[in-house]
Design a protein around this ligand. Structure first.
Ligand code: 13P
Length: 250
């Protein structure tokens, strides 16, 4: 059964107090009978408190990144073991901001995926084309290559721990959303290449989230598409009312 998921990537927003306030607002209103998985990804320094805060609540906590090595002289970095040790079992990898601003390559991301899976973490694997790729009609190729080079080295059995997040870079933080048709077209393509490489069961079961300027106003149309299983939300996840409206739109 394919899981519906709404995840909030808080990026570099919300200090300790603000994290607690937003979590309290979410806890107060989160639908209890829903079969949608809700995930929040606060900054590293607020992960432990978020895990504690959400212990008896059906909201899961994800990290926004991690290092690929087990440990070592990597000043400023965080390992998978450090995350699981405080109860964080999900990690976002390959976000376009990591790729563009921190020069993460497909090979590096592939390494991080392997490390996360070895620690039995779930991975929200992000990928998506830039505007120039779409203008050159290269968006399908770019996406296919990102999946091949960053993810497709995994074993069949590891797919149960993979959540895909298609985030066209031109739609992130720009207010410019992919149309529901554009999202469906790409999600259908992604599911098809997974089917070709890993078979129909894995392709049918994997959740593919859309990310890029999802807002309460456009969420239900995007989520209504058959291959869109939820969203990875940036800006609109920083406000409880908007994030809850998006959760309720699924
Ligand atoms: P926005 O929703 O702010 O466009 O960000 C999307 C995103 O990057 C989520 O990871």
């Amino acid at each position: 059964m394919r899981q519906k998921i709404v995840a909030g990537n808080w990026k570099m927003h919300k200090n300790a107090e603000q994290t607690e306030d937003l979590l309290n607002e979410l806890i107060a209103e989160i639908p209890t009978e829903s079969d949608t998985q809700v995930i929040v990804a606060p900054t590293f320094v607020n992960l432990a408190s978020a895990v504690d805060h959400l212990e008896f609540i059906s909201i899961d906590v994800a990290a926004q990144n991690m290092h690929q090595a087990e440990s070592g002289a990597f000043t400023g970095e965080i390992s998978a073991e450090m995350l699981t040790n405080i109860g964080v079992k999900i990690v976002i990898l390959g976000h376009s901001e990591r790729r563009a601003l921190f020069h993460e390559t497909d090979a590096l991301i592939a390494n991080k995926v392997s490390t996360a899976l070895a620690h039995e973490m779930k991975v929200i694997f992000c990928f998506g084309e830039e505007l120039k790729d779409r203008q050159k009609q290269q968006h399908f190729n770019v996406v296919q290559n990102q999946l091949h080079d960053g993810l497709f080295h995994i074993e069949d059995a590891a797919w149960k721990n993979i959540i895909l997040a298609y985030e066209p870079v031109w739609a992130i933080g720009t207010g410019e959303t992919a149309s529901a048709e554009q999202a469906q077209e790409m999600h259908g393509f992604i599911r098809e290449i997974i089917r070709k490489n890993f078979g129909a069961t894995i392709a049918e079961d994997v959740s593919i989230l859309y990310g890029g300027s999802v807002k309460p106003e456009n969420a239900s149309e995007i989520f209504s598409k058959p291959d869109v299983d939820g969203g990875l939300i940036g800006g609109a996840a920083l406000n409880a009312a908007d994030f809850l409206a998006i959760i309720n739109a699924i």
